[in-house]
Design a protein around this ligand. Structure first.
Ligand code: 13P
Ligand code: SF4
Length: 328
């Protein structure tokens, strides 16, 4: 649990008569701040973000902005990545409790033990990791560039992939590699029900199934298109179908619906019909009130110690260099 004090002033009461959208705009201008919003954020947070994107686009944006303050409407590892790339800027996460079950599924001490069993292996880690795991890695990747990053290595290179098992298995399948994969998972993406998706498809035979590669392989087998959040969005914008069953976190549907008002988007259902497990509870912690308070009080701030920054930044830079070289 993050203590109230550590979480800054995000839960301070706010005058109910304030129009938070207007106030946030004012504070942004006053403080030369920008808001980066991940596709899984609540619709109202996406709508006040200066830039909306997937993990790769957001880390690239964080590197390029000349704002003094970055408010990261996303989860902890994303804000940490922004801080790695912008050490002199103030990086704020509007709720320090916004973590990630996937990042948590790979503790650094256990991963180091695992890595030590495979001397000579190159470690590729998905960006959804703590700085400690990044520091133990050679190259970072995202779901947008993972296949290209792996393919960019010589075919005989021995590779460990962490932390997402489903993404690792999917890359192995696409590239024909035999990477050793850490058995981590995201609680949202592993929650989808094959039976309920099949039933939905029967009820909506015209709907195409689109899925994020963090989903289990039995869901991916059903998909007409597999890709990162930005790839799924692009597919719905360029494909001629009128409806889609969307197997990723529900937040992305806001952008899909905005750019395709006449199309229908059906969230893929989780196994447990009584829970909203296809919503990421961490992403959904970020509210307008918290964004307002975090901008007003400029807290909670993300800090990264210099030695950790040096170690964690190296593999992120390698990712950005390879992405630039490959034109991704
Ligand atoms: P992308 O936006 O890179 O596809 O990542 C999905 C995700 O799980 C972020 O937490
Ligand atoms: Fe982490 Fe999954 Fe939430 Fe993405 S959707 S932030 S991987 S828990």
């Amino acid at each position: 649990m993050v203590s109230l004090i550590k979480n800054g002033f995000v839960n301070m009461p706010v005058d109910k008569s304030l129009d938070l959208v207007v106030e946030i705009e004012k504070l942004k201008k006053e403080k030369n701040a920008i808001i980066l919003g991940h596709f899984y954020q609540l619709p109202e947070i996406q709508d006040i973000s200066d830039f909306i994107g997937d993990s790769l686009a957001l880390s690239q944006k964080a590197a390029s902005t000349d704002a003094d303050i970055i408010v990261f409407a996303g989860v902890h590892f994303m804000a940490e990545t922004a801080k790695l790339l912008s050490p002199s800027k103030k990086v704020i996460l509007p709720d320090l409790e916004a973590g990630c079950s996937l990042a948590d599924s790979c503790p650094a001490d256990k991963f180091e033990e695992f890595k030590n069993k495979y001397p000579g292996y190159t470690v590729i880690s998905y960006i959804n990791t703590t700085n400690e795991i990044k520091a133990l890695s050679d190259i970072i990747c995202t779901s947008s560039n993972a296949v290209e990053i792996v393919n960019n290595l010589p075919s005989n290179e021995k590779v460990i992939f962490a932390p997402d098992k489903n993404l690792g298995d999917y890359i192995n399948k696409l590239t024909g590699r035999n990477m050793i994969v850490w058995p981590g998972a995201c609680h949202v993406h592993k929650s989808f029900s094959v039976e309920r998706i099949v039933k939905l498809k029967k009820d909506h035979p015209e709907a195409k199934i689109i899925a994020h590669p963090e989903c289990e392989s039995d869901v991916l087998i059903l998909a007409d298109h597999i890709g990162s959040t930005s790839s799924l969005l692009k597919f719905t914008q360029t494909d001629s179908s009128k409806s889609y069953i969307v197997a990723t976190e529900t937040g992305i549907i806001h952008q899909m619906q905005k750019s395709n008002a006449s199309k229908t988007f059906i969230p893929a259902p989780p196994d447990d019909a009584t829970c909203a497990c296809n919503d990421c509870s961490f992403m959904k912690l970020i509210t307008l009130k918290k964004v307002y308070n975090s901008l007003k009080y400029e807290t909670p701030e993300i800090h990264v110690a210099n030695d950790m920054r040096e170690m964690a930044l190296k593999p992120v830079k390698r990712m950005l260099d390879i992405s630039a070289k490959l034109g991704l």
